[in-house]
Design a protein around this ligand. Structure first.
Ligand code: DGJ
Length: 737
């Protein structure tokens, strides 16, 4: 491997591979100056500077350095109080009681083994180099190690900051961002994703404003309200062209990603823990690690950027063990029966599922002691003996005897006020003295910063998983946090609770996934309220939304796909009329919306299965047969308008090409539309499975494939029709010959 990092004698640092170059240097004052981030340069150490030392009117200069103001200088990790008035990456109150920190370069080193972050998940090294630059505030005795990791084969760079107080007095950290980037003044748009329950991942694009644009969460989860992802897009960037820079975090709690235009036009991006309601007491002699931030880059538009993310997430973040394991098709009991689950019903559903070729049964909410609705029992993770007289291990064995795998739902982080656990340990919840805790879905949040709570949960889940017949766990989390305080921390550390909660959660997840490496964990938080790379580094797949209506789910999958590969997504055929938005749709469109998600299945009652048994059997057979295809492939968003969605998926071996077309509202006399494929072998022939017709790759890409029309009573043998009227869809399968 040629070296991915290089350093010049005058302390210019370059991280460079075939996808991008990232260059920064040390100014005579010792500050880190960002020099370049973008497409790969052949001679990155000689990238031209974008900052010029000239007198800026109205700028205060740093100390007595002529023509040098931190307000203007593109800093790779800015602090505040010394001629820079923008939002800092690091800030707080030092032992002298003021908020002036001043970090200067001390040393650097390069390591081949990527340093692990203490107690936090992070991307795996391998084929990588990490450059560690040490900065110090000599007066306040604060040391910061910035870790930059680059991989040979990926368009992603990882950054984090490690703080150490090497003085005698305590330091209160208020801002401790993981990363800072600088973009030279230019026209950029911001792409970000917002939403709520059942409407996750709505894309918004806005021009980078003057002032500061912030997406953040203070809910204790990364949240559906604002996903922890922001991309800066060169003005005019499309799916296929333009420079695109994405930023996300390997973190699942309160985050902040900010984009600030400075008075001289350059743009600062910060990403890390949300400073609102966060303080960290960095006691003398102690260290603190930020979560890891990831920056992805492509100069081939948003499609190019997604490809960079997908490859990286699959190979370096998702649990490696499941990377090449086709996901089983499954039936989930939630929309089939909600809380009305009994052993008898589950076994009948298992029977039905087996008959239509489904491979796994997942017992969702409602199976534990006294859990008949959402009013009680969270925390008491023992089977309800009235409804499940044989207990979970015996039920799992019975389901497996029918030839299915068995999965089960937990919501470990929660407790119902009406539960044995809460009665025994009322102080185990997040709470603050003198205030009545607020309820969300009638439940309270356990204080996972406490080791005794982590231990209790480990034992409770271990008791069930140790039977050996559990193949899958759905890990749910159904409320945002309030009254965030811990009975285990002193008053001056209360604002550490939310972050300590995350550390506790990651520790628990680490223990469970280490002990049960063969169990497939699925991440869920009321659907996508915590759909982030922190959780997905422990869990191979995620339930991105409770929205099971196909038309409602399309923009959610499409939105998530900017960052996440299809490998981590799950989707199932839910009931119609849909329970979230009341829409009536065909089984075909319900399946097709999730056709490229790695995990596919159904959540239907016995009666609903009976009503469509043959069709569902065919779709589940198709899902089983193509399960391997939906890992490792390329997903392309060919077209997204209000009335149409067109997605292409090419398998990792490039042998099969899928095209899913959705026509949302029917209309008469529509234009003849075409799908212009991308990424095919121009000289190869592709055979369309449904009619055996052969198409040349270049023709599919240049001339396009005629798309089916919505049937409106017309019929002609020259046209392919979609029979459903509104909410029609068609799935094409092409094999390379
Ligand atoms: C919210 C999840 O998103 C649903 O799929 C289901 O598991 C319910 N919780 C169960 O309470």
């Amino acid at each position: 491997m040629t070296s991915l990092t290089s350093v010049s004698d005058d302390l210019t640092f370059a991280l460079s591979n075939r996808h991008f170059s990232y260059v920064f240097g040390v100014t005579p004052e010792g500050h880190l100056e960002n020099i370049y981030y973008g497409g790969a340069l052949s001679d990155p150490l000689n990238a031209p500077l974008h900052y010029r030392r000239i007198t800026r009117h109205a700028a205060t200069i740093f100390e007595d350095s002529p023509n040098y103001s931190l307000s203007d200088m593109p800093q790779d990790y800015p602090s505040s109080g010394r001629s820079d008035y923008r939002y800092p990456a690091v800030g707080g109150v030092n032992a002298d009681g003021n908020s002036v920190f001043s970090l200067a370069y001390v040393s650097h080193r390069t390591v081949l083994e990527k340093p692990a972050l203490p107690d936090l998940p992070s991307a795996r090294g391998g084929g990588s180099e990490s450059l560690i630059v040490t900065l110090e505030d000599a007066l306040q005795k604060l040391r910061v190690e910035l870790i930059y990791t680059i991989w040979e084969d990926y368009g992603v760079i990882a950054r984090s900051a490690q703080f150490e107080n090497f003085g005698e007095g305590d330091i209160q950290l208020h801002q401790a961002f993981s990363t800072a980037l600088v973009f030279p003044a230019d026209a950029y748009d911001i792409q970000h994703f917002h939403g709520t329950w059942s409407r996750e991942f709505n894309e918004e694009r806005i021009a980078v404003p003057q002032g500061r644009f912030v997406v953040e969460s203070a809910r204790g989860t990364s949240s559906a309200a604002h996903s922890p992802y922001v991309a800066l897009l060169q003005k005019g960037a499309s799916e296929t062209q333009g420079r695109c820079y994405g930023t996300t975090l390997v973190y699942s709690g309160n985050f902040s990603i900010q984009v600030e235009t400075g008075e001289f036009g350059n743009i600062r991006l910060l990403a890390g823990i949300n400073p609102t309601n966060f303080r960290w007491l960095l006691k003398a002699g102690t260290r603190f690690s930020t979560p890891e931030a990831l920056h992805g880059f492509s100069d081939k538009g948003l499609g190019g950027l997604s490809a960079r993310w997908h490859d990286f997430i699959r190979d370096k973040l998702s649990p490696a063990r499941f990377k090449d394991r086709p996901r089983p098709t499954y039936i989930n009991t939630w929309e089939a029966a909600y809380f009305d689950v009994t052993e008898e019903k589950v076994l009948a559903l298992a029977e039905k599922a087996a008959a239509i070729g489904i491979e796994m049964l997942v017992l969702d909410d409602g199976w534990f002691e006294g859990r008949k609705d959402d009013q009680s029992a969270l925390g008491d993770w023992r089977a309800d003996r009235v409804r499940f007289p044989s207990g979970i291990p015996a039920l799992a064995a019975k389901v497996k005897a029918k030839g299915l795998k068995f999965g089960i739902w937990f919501e470990p982080e929660m407790v119902s006020p009406n539960s044995q656990l809460f009665k025994a340990h009322p102080n185990w919840i997040l709470h603050v003295p003198g205030r009545k805790p607020s309820l969300g879905r009638n439940q309270l949040t356990l204080d996972l910063s406490r080791t005794e709570v982590q231990d209790y949960l480990f034992t409770a889940l271990d008791d069930i998983l140790s039977c050996g017949d559990i193949d899958y766990v759905k890990w749910d989390m159904n409320r945002n946090m309030t009254e965030v305080g811990s009975g285990a921390l002193p008053p001056n550390q209360q604002l550490e609770t939310a972050h300590r909660y995350m550390l506790g959660l990651y520790k628990l997840l680490g223990r469970l996934t280490d002990k049960y490496p063969e169990v497939l964990f699925e991440n869920c938080a009321s659907g996508g309220n915590r759909f982030d790379l922190g959780m997905l580094s422990f869990m191979a797949q995620g339930w991105v939304s409770d929205m099971c209506d196909p038309i409602g789910r399309l923009p959610i999958i499409g939105g998530a796909s900017y960052l996440f590969p299809m490998d981590v997504l799950a989707a199932y055929i839910g009931p119609s009329p849909n329970h979230q938005n009341g829409r009536i749709s065909s089984i075909r469109t319900r399946f097709n919306a999730g056709a490229f998600c790695a995990a596919r299945g159904v959540s239907l009652s016995e009666a609903e299965i009976d009503a469509h048994a043959a069709e569902i059997r065919d779709y589940m057979a198709f899902a089983k047969e193509t399960a391997g295809d939906m890992l490792g492939g390329r997903f392309y968003r060919l077209k997204t308008t209000e009335t149409e969605t067109l997605w292409q998926y090419v398998t990792a071996d490039e042998a099969t090409v899928y095209l899913a077309y959705f026509h949302i509202l029917s209309a008469p006399n529509l234009p003849f539309r075409r799908a212009y494929f991308t990424g095919l072998d121009p000289l190869a022939d592709y055979k369309l499975e449904e009619d055996g017709e052969i198409y040349r790759g270049d023709a599919l890409m240049q001339s396009g494939l005629p798309l089916p029309q919505v049937s409106t009573g017309q019929s002609s043998s020259k046209i392919r029709y979609m029979p459903d009227g509104d909410f029609s869809s068609h799935l094409f399968v092409f094999r390379k010959t």
